[in-house]
Design a protein around this ligand. Structure first.
Ligand SMILES: [Zn+2]
Length: 434
């Protein structure tokens, strides 16, 4: 049994601002017990540090870390999402289970060092090269435990290779036979989770990989079990055209009709979603996960996020393909993409006009809500998942504490993060500056 800790940094983020002199009491169970000016003797005094909640990466495919630096040269006509997907399938064909584990561990370690304390791993590469053995599923749990990141394993249902098409080639390693075998594997995995740092979420990969009937049944069972439900939606125009041809509705509208609600539904991307459909999703209790660096890398487009005005709880961020692992960069790209789209400044702002605070809420509270995890804030009842910034780091030095979050979000990156904590367990990442 661990001892409880009293942590005091020079500055602590309250959700609204950085305040000096706050003490955070972390219980032996790894949760925050109290926060305030408590007159306790700190067991950990973080000088020249600012304490923030750890960031939440709500959408990752860790093994795609293996594509970084590949496929960025375009000899002929340039590429597209679909040529990238072909390269991803070629990576899948090459990966045995040990290579899959190495890449997953590499991505998760990079996340922890980048201040990502929770990852939602949208996991669809289930099987090893030799048959339907689910060999990769438990490797994700093992890699997350070893890297020290909190994991929500978003276990993907994947049955067809396109609307009305069988699985082909590399897709066979993604295969789920039917709903019963999906939930049987979920039950097996539930027994193997580390209770303090791991949980499950349910997923239909996309309307390419499952029928509307299958998705509706999955969603109903996920709700019955109290699990969050994630799905890729409307990243590409082709997906919308295919869905219109098959079902007479664009994907998101079809889902909203068939699911009968959207509580705990996280629609990933919504790059091509009509503004009215996104508003319907939010009104029905759903939320959206945007993955700006991946959507930029793949040339997907810029989403119309006007429906998110005043809805800070309904937005989260993901590193998706992991071509870059930096929630700071995801935050910046999210806002800059909207500025470029609308040709104005300060698009994603909170009720008081603060952009960095709104973006940081998406990277913490929004992600935690999307994954169903009590995290993303430094408050009693939340996991003690924390990030310590070096206030003298080159990119932050001289920032007024009242502008420190803005300086971090708009001018810095993970080089300013010197330590992280997951469920009360600390790790240092960079040598402290003199
Ligand atoms: Zn994805």
């Amino acid at each position: 049994v661990k001892d409880s800790q009293v942590v005091e940094a020079d500055w602590t983020w309250t959700g609204a601002a950085f305040e000096p002199g706050l003490q955070v009491v972390i219980g032996a169970d790894g949760t925050v017990e109290r926060v305030g000016r408590l007159d306790s003797r700190p067991t950990l005094r973080l000088r020249d540090r600012a304490l923030l909640p750890g960031m939440v990466d709500a959408h990752s495919h860790a093994f795609q870390r293996g594509l970084r630096g590949r496929g960025e040269r375009f000899a002929d006509a340039g590429g597209s999402f679909w040529t990238w997907r072909q390269a991803m399938y070629e990576l899948v064909e090459r990966l045995d289970t040990s290579a899959f584990y190495r890449l997953t561990l590499q991505a998760f370690r990079e996340m922890r060092a980048a201040g990502i304390t929770t990852v939602g791993e949208f996991h669809y590469l289930h099987h090893g090269p030799d048959g339907e053995d689910h060999a990769c599923d438990e490797l994700v749990l093992k890699a997350a435990a070893r890297a020290g990141v909190r994991l929500v394993l978003l276990q993907s249902f994947y049955k067809s290779g396109g609307v009305g098409k069988p699985l082909a080639g590399a897709q066979r390693r993604f295969r789920t036979a039917d709903l019963d075998s999906y939930w049987r594997q979920m039950d097996r995995l539930a027994e193997r989770l580390k209770p303090a740092t791991q949980r499950l979420g349910a997923v239909a990969h996309s309307l390419r990989a499952a029928t509307p009937e299958e998705i509706a049944k999955l969603y109903a069972e996920a709700r019955r079990r109290g699990l969050v439900f994630h799905i890729h939606v409307e990243e590409q125009r082709q997906e919308i055209a295919d869905c219109l041809a098959a079902y007479g509705r664009p994907p998101l509208l079809l889902l909203l009709e068939r699911l009968g609600g959207a509580e705990a539904l996280v629609a990933v991307h919504c790059t091509q979603t009509a503004a009215a459909d996104l508003a319907r999703l939010l009104a029905a209790g759903g939320s959206v996960c945007v993955c700006p660096t991946t959507e930029g890398n793949l040339g997907d487009g810029l989403p119309d996020l006007q429906a998110l005005a005043g809805r800070e709880d309904a937005l989260c961020l993901g590193s998706d393909s992991n071509s870059r692992i930096s929630m700071v960069e995801e935050m910046r790209w999210l806002e800059y993409g909207q500025r470029l789209r609308q040709q104005r400044r300060g698009v994603l702002r909170d009720a008081e006009g603060q952009v960095a605070r709104r973006l940081f809420a998406a990277a913490t509270l929004g992600g935690a809500a999307a994954l169903g995890v009590p995290a993303g804030r430094i408050a009693p009842g939340s996991w003690a998942d924390l990030v310590a910034l070096d206030v003298n780091a080159a990119a932050l030095g001289g920032a007024d504490p009242q502008a420190l979050l803005d300086a971090f979000v708009f001018g810095a990156s993970e080089e300013a993060i010197v330590a992280t904590c997951v469920a009360g367990e600390w790790r240092e990442h960079r040598p402290p500056r003199s």
